[in-house]
Unconditional design. Sequence first.
Length: 242
Amino acid sequence: MDPSSFLPQGHYRQMGVVLNSRVSGERGKNVFLFLREYGPLWATVPGAAAGKSRLSGVSEPLVWGYFTLYRSPRRMYVKEVEVQEDFWALRRSGAKLSMALSLCRHVSRFSLPEHPQDELLPLLYWSMKALEGGTDPHATEFRFLFRWGSLLGVSPQLDRCASCGKRAEEGLLTAEGLTCAACFGNGPRQGGLSLEEMELNRLRKAVMLSGKDFRTELFGTDEDRLFRRASALLARILEGSV
Ligand SMILES: [Zn+2]
């Protein structure tokens, strides 16, 4: 675990979220925060593992708020947390909680510490809102990864063939993009997602709907496999972009 290393000594206050939290020593915690302007960074919360600490509940994953930090010559400390949203309702459902934590892990894995990604913060927040509201977790994960990839310019186009540029209603989706049936011919289909028209339409819908329409769209559990496979592909693309 690398203590934060780039920011100069001093006090900081910024909005963000706890992505991860680990007990450190007998009573403390180390938290991985994702902050506006600073990006992801580790910080120590002294005493937070003790039940009576006022920082104990607010240093858990999925807590959003304003974090007051102090950077000493050796490490970053959390001094105060002004909670804006604790996603209490989301924590009470196993499936929703598990996916929200997966989204946090994606951010931890595919981001460089102390590199701001201010456009990703609202995307993460609204994905958690969608989960909390009951939108299908796998569709939410795919939308989150795809839109993140779009911010970075690495997500594939879902409406055009990457080879011939023509509109594609079906095709093979790989890290290199979508390949239409005409360009692909009868070649081997390993290492990508072979998508029929209806499946491609569902993926498009999941990423193109407005946030409001997405949260009310019904995605069936029979579509979970499609979204899981598409998310795995997006995760590989994001991994390659770090
Ligand atoms: Zn083509």
